[in-house]
Design a protein around this ligand. Structure first.
Ligand code: CP
Length: 304
């Protein structure tokens, strides 16, 4: 795996970069005999200023499987509360011996802002509405596992696109692998530029997109961000851009259902489809650990 210093977003990534991460994640999933020695003695710090289940635990599991130590930085009880600056905090974390910091924050650009203050690797675990690169990679891995190649496949991402860091990173990774990505939302919750973000199409008619979709990814209705922003009510978003039985019937028989989680059952996806045979929601979570192993190895593997 080619070494990289930080993983902050996928904006500058090319197809071969995504392919390498996905291929290495697939190798870890099949089993790499020496995996537990690859990061022996390395220290990875989880710095989660925002809630997480999947990302935090799967990074910790990934570190464990590679032989690294995972330390939780307790954001609320840290010395940040005593007035220590972030820059000094990052220098302190490095002096303690951390090789990598995995960071999540509600502010877009937070991971980028940390990078100059840390001598090791910064890995973005989600920053505001901006990016969630490891989610993008694990979604691309899950799609490739399903379809062998994404060339010519159609991925529809539906819901609150505007506030979704997942939409941006998943659309980016999948489109780089050859998928045609359509972002589906009301006009007020779509990216302003067309084509969306420069690499996806946009639509406000989910029903029209479903019959040609190979994969449908629902997004959590981010009630806290939508209602506060004066956008259409979150209940409208669920009914207009969620998955129910009628829309399920519009999907081709081979199409799969995805969701980055956490799922609000009965809101953006009807209860019955969360564990439907065509749902890959748990597979996405499972693939998250292998993908994050590939990312940690790329950032802090090899000679230090
Ligand atoms: N998909 C995702 O980021 O989930 P968590 O918020 O649980 O980490």
């Amino acid at each position: 795996m080619t070494r990289t210093r930080h993983l902050l977003d996928l904006d500058g990534a090319d197809r071969s970069t995504i392919e390498r991460f996905v291929a290495r994640a697939a190798e870890f999933k099949r089993g790499v005999p020496s995996a537990a020695r690859l990061l022996h003695g390395r220290i990875v710090v989880g710095m989660f200023f925002e809630a997480s289940t999947r990302t935090a635990l799967s990074f910790a599991a990934a570190a464990f499987r590679l032989g690294a130590h995972w330390l939780d930085f307790k954001t609320e009880s840290s010395s940040l509360g005593k007035g220590e600056s972030l820059a000094d905090t990052m220098r302190t974390v490095r002096a303690i011996g951390a090789d990598a910091v995995v960071v999540r924050h509600s502010e877009s650009g937070f991971a980028h802002a940390l990078a100059p203050h840390f001598g090791g690797s910064i890995i973005n675990a989600g920053d505001g509405c901006h990016a969630h690169p490891t989610q993008g990679l694990l979604d691309a891995f899950t799609l490739q596992e399903e379809f062998a190649t994404l060339d010519g496949r159609r991925l529809t991402i539906s819901g609150d696109i505007k506030h979704s860091r997942v939409a941006r990173s998943s659309a980016r990774a999948s489109s780089l692998l050859g998928a045609h990505v359509t972002l589906c939302a009301p006009p007020s919750l779509l990216p302003r530029d067309r084509p969306a973000w420069g690499f996806a199409a946009a639509s406000s008619d989910l029903d029209a997109e479903l019959p040609s979709s190979d994969a449908l990814m629902l997004l959590r209705v981010q009630k806290e961000r939508i209602d506060a922003a004066g956008s259409p009510p979150s209940s409208d978003l669920a009914s207009g851009f969620g998955l129910d039985a009628r829309r399920y019937a519009l999907l081709p028989a081979h199409a799969i259902i995805m969701h980055p989680g956490p799922v609000n059952r009965g809101v953006e996806i009807a209860q019955a489809f969360v564990t439907d045979p065509r749902s890959r929601i748990e597979r996405q979570v499972e693939n998250g650990t292998f993908t994050r192993m590939a990312v940690l190895e790329a950032c802090i593997g090899g000679p230090s």
